[in-house]
Write a protein that binds this ligand. Structure first.
Ligand code: DOR
Ligand code: ZN
Ligand code: ZN
Length: 408
């Protein structure tokens, strides 16, 4: 297959022919002579995205999402690689469960995927199957908090693996909040900052700080040499938003100062990646009282389209967005994706900046059926290519269940 169009290469948009063979990019050229059919695209050709932080609820809560609907949603939003978290029911904290999860998810995934394992005493055996581990420093949905796994982390670090941390310090929590402002007071900024500071007591290695929600947290994480992740919900909302329990998430939505600071640091290139932290809960779970509602916000299908709109509106540079959603996550994971370059996987998202539209929950593919971004302007990709195959063509899914591979 050959694709021709305005292509994103090293921060610039240039006219190129992209040759694709056996799943990979075989050439990127200014001009070619060929008798083959060339697919011409009139918009921009970008790398497809990698979302390093999703909760697809499989196994455990497939009423909320499963690995098919999760990956189907991802690909509609231009994401062709996801890494799923281990706070399943039961949690993915031993080799048997990890192997079972790989097997089951392989049957359902439409796109490539990786899996975090929950760091535990079974770490050495799990390292046969993954190099990605997760630590919840405070309890969150489906996972108790653990700060006592330093020896286990050392084993991961010594083998070059990555440990991703959910950073909240439980000893800093206050009394339960009854609304979003109260929830921010319950799990305050200090709790995030204290947890991130404590990472210096952990062994040296590749540390990744998930969903940083405060400016101080971000600065401390960077000073420790960790990679830093920001979510769309912390960028697009503050605790002033009228979402009630639908905006309840860990760490909580913060105030204006942190919110604007995150945008600034993002634009300055001081954040490594964006990830959705797609954490779906059913509307019926969320409409219980605020206190009872589970924390978590869906977002895997809208992360790239929202950021493309920010580019179109001049709020963010295109290269910043591609770095955050494509290039850096792939680099951190050590996979040949996220750049349009010979030898890299042919994972591409074809957008047209003229095609903006409001987000509507009934046009998304989540099982949970809602989005906090209802009515937000965004730009979805018209076509998405995953390892040389069209998986989205003209906005419709043309891939298949089970086509995605476990890649770590
Ligand atoms: O709000 C959250 N929801 N934060 C987490 O850490 C877990 C997630 C979930 O799985 O629902
Ligand atoms: Zn988390
Ligand atoms: Zn999460």
């Amino acid at each position: 297959m050959i694709i021709k169009g305005s292509t994103y290469i090293n921060g610039e948009i240039v006219k190129r022919y992209i040759g694709i063979e056996e799943g990979k990019i075989s050439f990127v050229k200014r001009a070619i002579k060929t008798n083959e059919d060339v697919f011409e695209w009139d918009g921009v050709i970008l790398p497809a995205g990698t979302d390093m932080h999703v909760h697809f609820r499989d196994p455990g809560h497939i009423d909320k999402e499963d690995f098919y609907t999760g990956t189907l949603s991802a690909v509609h939003g231009g994401i062709t690689t996801v890494v799923d978290m281990p706070n399943n029911d039961p949690p993915t904290n031993n080799l048997k469960r990890l192997r079972e999860k790989i097997k089951q998810c392989s049957k359902k995934a439409c796109i490539d995927f990786g899996l975090y394992a929950l760091l535990s005493s079974d770490v050495e055996r799990m390292m046969d199957e993954t190099s990605l581990f997760k630590v919840y420093m405070a309890g969150s949905t489906g996972a108790p908090g653990r700060g006592d796994l330093k020896e286990e982390a050392k084993l991961v670090f010594d083998s070059g693996g990555l440990v991703a941390f959910h950073c909240e310090d439980e000893t800093s929590f206050k009394q339960p909040g009854k609304d979003l402002k109260g929830y921010n007071r319950e799990r305050p900024a200090e709790s995030e900052v204290k947890a991130i500071k404590s990472l210096k007591e952990w062994p040296e290695g590749r540390k990744h700080v998930c969903h940083v929600s405060t400016e101080r947290g971000l600065k401390v994480a960077k000073s420790l040499g960790a990679s830093v992740e920001v979510t769309p919900h912390h960028l697009f909302f503050t605790h002033e938003v009228m979402l009630g329990p639908f905006g309840k998430v860990n760490p909580p939505l913060r105030g204006d100062i942190d919110h604007f600071a995150l945008w600034e640091h993002l634009e300055r290139g001081e954040v490594d990646i964006m990830a959705s932290d797609h954490a779906p809960h059913l509307e019926t779970d969320k409409t219980e009282s605020f206190l009872e509602a589970p924390a978590g916000i869906p977002g895997v299908e809208t992360i790239y389209p929202l950021m493309m709109n920010s580019v179109a509106m001049g709020e963010m540079g295109l290269s910043t967005v591609v770095d955050l959603l494509c290039t850096r996550p792939a680099e951190i994971l050590g996979i040949k994706k996220g750049e349009i370059k010979e030898g890299y996987y042919a994972d591409l998202a074809l957008f047209d900046f003229r095609e903006f539209e409001p987000i509507m929950s009934n046009r998304l593919h989540y099982k949970c059926g809602w989005t906090p971004y209802e009515g937000f302007r965004c730009i979805f990709p018209r076509h998405v290519i995953s390892k040389a195959d069209f998986v989205i063509s003209d906005r419709s899914f043309v891939g298949s269940k089970g086509e995605g591979e476990y890649i770590f």
